[in-house]
Design a protein around this ligand. Structure first.
Ligand SMILES: N[C@@H](CCC(=O)N[C@@H](CS)C(=O)NCC(=O)O)C(=O)O
Length: 208
């Protein structure tokens, strides 16, 4: 299995956390920059891309869904930690959880957009559209705070929803993109998992 990613990408980190939780071995092709278009690994031009024995997949949620279904075994680091959920969405709450995942994907895209556009000196201060992205981030966080519980998005589990929240906000904080804290349950969720082995094994590195 080979994972193509860029340093620090919150979408690639989501996949790497799931691989670490499952104890799956993989090669990694990691770059510090956006890959030039000529070196793109698929039509979306984006990473992460997973190659598993010739099957090539992109879009982090699709890759995670593939990993959960193809490699159902889990290797818990400690019985005292909540286990990785075996599903993307709880079977009895599918549409609720799918809406949370979609909102988290949008939150992550807006955070990454602000970061990527800053290399071209386009910021929320000089671009109405990026100012709108910042409002979108705030609105998504407010909406998520109403839905998350004191025990994460799926109580009793370390869920893909939890991971899809932790990765972009950790990136937002590490790259000083904008303040995101200030919501009690989301703040607590972030702090509760920060020392989980799969998170410590996949730190947000120095550059994008
Ligand atoms: N929805 C995609 C987003 C992936 C994404 O935006 N990746 C960024 C790096 S964090 C990228 O490769 N961007 C390249 C580009 O925009 O051309 C996913 O979940 O995998």
């Amino acid at each position: 299995m080979k994972l193509y990613c860029s340093n620090g990408s919150p979408f690639a980190r989501k996949v790497r956390i799931v691989l670490a939780e499952k104890g799956l071995a993989y090669e990694v092709d990691i770059q510090d920059r956006l890959r030039p278009v000529e070196e793109a690994l698929g039509p979306t031009l984006a990473i992460p891309v997973l190659d598993d024995g010739g099957r090539r997949l992109w879009e982090s949620d699709l890759i995670v869904d593939y990993l959960l279904k193809t490699y159902p075994e889990s290797r818990p680091d400690s019985p005292s930690l909540p286990p990785l959920s075996p599903w993307m969405t709880r079977p009895d709450r599918h549409w609720d959880d799918a809406t949370v995942l979609a909102t988290l994907a949008t939150l992550g895209s807006s955070i990454v957009n602000i970061r990527l556009m800053s290399s071209d000196k386009i910021t929320p201060e000089n671009s109405d559209y990026l100012a709108r992205q910042r409002i979108r981030i705030e609105r998504c966080l407010d909406w998520l705070e109403e839905r998350v519980t004191d025990d994460g998005f799926a109580p009793g589990w370390f869920s893909i929803m939890d991971i899809a929240f932790l990765c972009p906000v950790a990136f937002c904080e590490a790259r000083e993109i904008m303040p995101w804290r200030g919501r009690r349950k989301l703040d607590a969720l972030f702090d509760r998992h920060r020392d989980r082995p799969s998170l410590l094994a996949t730190p947000v590195n120095a550059r994008h």
